[in-house]
Write a protein that binds this ligand. Sequence first.
Ligand SMILES: [Zn+2]
Length: 313
Amino acid sequence: MNHLQTVTGPLSPTDIQGPVLTHEHLVLDLSRDADRAAVLSPAEHAGPVTAELAALREEFALSLVIEQTCRGMGRDPDALARISERSGVAVVAATGWYYEPFHPSEVGAAGPAELTETLVREIEDGFGASGIRPGLIGEVGSHGDRPSPAERRTLLASARAAVATGLSLATHAQLGHGGLAQLELLTGAGLPAHRVCVGHQDLLDDPAVHRELAAAGAYVAFDTVGKESYQSDDTRLRLLLALVEAGHADRVLLSCDISRHGYLESEGGQGYGHLFRSFLPKARAAGLDDGLIDLMTRRNAVRFLTGSTTEEF
Ligand SMILES: [Zn+2]
């Protein structure tokens, strides 16, 4: 099976013995005039972030964080490597473009070929001179039921870069919307559905869409667990149970998408551990057994990242 590309080098999938957080941010800057708090700064917050991950490794054997901060989102691969080394938790970094309001100027009028080349170069050569390489294309965004013209270009380029490099691709579907259109565009560009994770589906209270995505072979991300102001965890659990009941547990990915310093435990927030401390106990109480929990928190993540279609994981 393919190796995982982490910020500290290649990692064998067999080394992933504990759970994976599949969509997080450890360092990020999405601050705008109207919102100054959408920040996890390497100077101010790397300490508390590292402490949380180290504690989760200790308590729950947290093995890997898939860090989906991409171009234009304040990404800092060197800071990710330091956090990974100090916490003992492997980290996969990403490349791609978020949804249009956060596109950096490089997207501008660049065509899909030029954008594809930008991603392929970064995947093959690494981030700047750091030698650190992305292990995922994500979180590639769109908003609304259909991607905007600029989002179509970045999604298309991301699909082509994924095909060219063998990386998998995770999307940001704003508030859960537009996932089917994303998948159609990506698979239309030649990317197999099992290399795609459609993001933020726990924000969409529509089990039929979840079933359709999973039946097509894509991974379905319930990745904003604990963000109660967007969706209650009770609703998330109901939607998750419906998807499992429909036979699609092997397509589920889980995470908390910590994206503001106020979400950190040190600031009274739910923290990266909310999935393990609060949500999974409720899922177990609702009848999901340890085998299913291991499938949804570890094996699916490894299969998604490596593109494996075998039963090995
Ligand atoms: Zn995110």
